[in-house]
Design a protein around this ligand. Structure first.
Ligand SMILES: [Cu+2]
Length: 587
């Protein structure tokens, strides 16, 4: 393009000593480029600001989801089958095979999924306190995986964390003795960097523990017929692409991970449950990536909360709703009247973060989850017993605490560090009671999960825990800006002290976890020492580059520290997380 008028005066100075004096009219024209640039800049800035405002406004409007009134409850709730097992030499043996599948999840086309012994999700494992169990986990996928027993007290080598990788075609056979109260636990992959994706695609299932001695007591009056009046509810949010495939990329404004716009229960979209008894016990599991639920009945009537992560509460608590952060469980008993229809709903959870992050973290979302349809005649159920499980306060006393540890959660780091599979972050001695102070520093939703133990929540922001944190917990939502104090004691059991095989502690928002928000602890016997560095299994890359980089605030670092990779990473060095070689072929 040519613009002759942009030459304000002749390039060649006129001959003679007189400096060039532009004519009066040129004075205006000489400034005009500046003015024009300013005008253009102003227009560009206005367009930019306008575009940003529009994009944020549209994103803001779209960030809130409500399915109230939009769910038709046309499909019977799928109840995961109880896993078959056999007893070999006194050991109860289960078999689980991770495989690819295709499932009707209510999308416009069948959805490619992952499942265990099936197309999507897995069967419910069930074992009793005192039993020796073994699970033969076969990986029929074309990617590495692990299987972690969330909430289970067991040796770290059997834990199924990032170190217990199962390569394609391999079978891993962890064995342990069930040594804890009756509880609703679950299993899911824990491959570092790939946990969110594998869980989202469908690798998850329930692991129910029974306590025969306790069942002979009052707790035996709780509804307990699996699939009839004792029903597992795995809550998972999903989004689908037009071709039916799962959409797993988070909103660019999401401070957390993937937030789906529909919630499936046990993989069923729009489910209903036929209720034939006066009371029904619902075992809720939040199996989602990042979504926090606040579950109650749509009409606001109350339910009886009888259990949390680690088992039964000391006594039932009447609540209108229960908050579940990812990984959390709760058991509630709903009392029905003949012919009643009741909708289980997730109300907007109070995440305690700023309004913008609240919105983009699902804090304004409402989901209708499940319709309970009571028959015209209901079989009578015993009243919910007044006494259920042990009170954590009767077992763990703050006066016994021998030390305080602090865990500061920020960005994708804990205490300034991101995950390093070769680093031992904490060494804990069995039998010692400790106070753990967990603080979220960055006004972003996080949670805190510890392997192997059930802990007592002492207080949150100085206040005693509410009903949903009054029992045993292995996962707790971390309210930003406040201290959540836990009382923790790792009890000894066969094989649990192992100074070179770590347990994990991490944010259970799975995308955060994958991005490095995880640390490692080893449990030792009194007087036993542990190294600062441990061997990592074959197949663990010593470099970054896995999906998720760039959102963890450490994406600029190459994370590669040379050498054998076992002599690096001083605490808090801020280098990137260690990543798993995703295909196991060492590219
Ligand atoms: Cu987090």
């Amino acid at each position: 393009m040519t613009a002759p008028s942009t030459t304000p005066y002749p390039v060649t100075p006129p001959a003679g000593g007189e400096p060039p004096t532009p004519p009066a009219g040129r004075s205006r024209r000489r400034r005009s480029p500046v003015v024009r640039v300013l005008v253009v800049l102003g227009v560009v800035a206005a367009l930019f600001v306008g575009t940003v405002v529009t994009v944020v406004a549209v994103a803001w409007a779209r960030a809130s989801t409500s399915t109230v009134g939009a769910v038709e409850f046309t499909r019977p709730l799928a109840v995961p089958p109880l896993a078959e097992s056999r007893v070999e030499d006194g050991v109860r043996v289960f078999e689980l095979e991770a495989r690819e599948g295709v499932a009707d999840l209510g999308a416009s086309a069948p959805t490619p999924t992952l499942g265990l012994n099936g197309d999507h999700l897995g069967p419910t494992l069930r074992a009793a306190r005192g039993e020796r169990v073994r699970v033969d986990v076969t990986n029929a996928l074309d990617e590495t995986t692990t299987l972690h027993w969330h909430g289970m007290h067991l040796p770290p080598a059997m834990d199924g964390g990032p170190h217990q990788m199962v390569e394609p075609g391999e079978t891993w056979s962890p064995t342990w003795t069930i040594d804890q109260p009756a509880a609703t636990l679950w299993y899911h992959p824990h491959l570092h960097g790939q946990t969110a994706s594998q869980v989202y695609r469908g690798l998850a299932g329930m692991f129910l523990l029974d306590d025969p001695a306790a069942a002979d007591g009052p707790a035996g009056d709780l509804p307990h017929e699996y699939g009839v009046d004792d029903v597992p509810l795995i809550l998972q949010d999903k989004s689908f692409r037009p071709d039916g495939r799962l959409e797993d990329s988070p909103s660019f404004l999401s401070p957390v991970g993937t937030l789906g716009d529909t919630v499936l229960v046990n993989g069923t979209p729009g489910p209903y449950l036929d209720v034939t008894t006066q009371r029904v016990r619902l075992r809720l599991l939040n199996g989602s990536d990042s979504r926090v639920y606040d579950v109650g009945l749509a009409d606001g009537s109350s339910v009886q909360l009888v259990g949390t992560d680690g088992g039964l509460l000391p006594a039932p608590r009447t609540v209108e709703s229960v908050r579940l952060s990812p990984g959390d469980r709760a058991e509630v008993v709903v009392t029905m009247t003949p012919g009643q229809r009741a909708v289980l709903r997730s109300f907007p959870p109070d995440l305690g973060v700023n309004p913008l992050f609240e919105r983009f973290s699902g804090g304004d979302d409402t989901f209708d989850l499940l319709e309970l349809r009571a028959a015209d005649e209901l079989a009578p159920s015993p009243a919910v017993p007044d006494a259920l499980g042990t009170d954590p306060a009767d077992v763990l006393d703050e006066g016994d605490a021998v030390r305080t540890r602090t865990f500061q959660l920020s960005g994708r780091s804990i205490n300034g560090r991101t995950m390093d599979m070769a680093r031992v972050d904490e060494v804990v001695t069995t039998g010692e009671t400790e106070v753990w102070e967990v603080t979220g520093l960055d006004d972003t939703p996080h949670s805190f999960h510890v392997h192997d133990v059930q802990f007592r929540v002492l207080d949150v922001a100085g206040r005693p825990p509410g009903p949903d944190l009054a029992g045993w917990q292995d996962t707790v939502y971390v309210e930003p800006g406040h201290v959540t104090r836990l009382l923790v004691r790792f009890d000894a059991a066969e094989g649990t002290t192992d100074p070179t095989t770590p347990y994990m502690f991490h944010c259970h928002l799975l995308t955060h976890e994958d991005q490095g928000m995880m640390g490692q602890l080893v449990v030792v016997a009194p007087g036993e020492q542990a190294p600062d560095r441990i061997e990592v299994p074959d197949g663990v890359a010593h470099d970054d580059g896995a999906p998720g980089d760039g959102r963890d605030g450490h994406g600029g670092g190459d994370g590669h520290r040379g050498g054998d990779g076992h002599d690096d990473a001083a605490p808090g060095d801020g280098t990137g997380p260690r990543r798993v070689d995703l295909d196991g072929h060492g590219h």
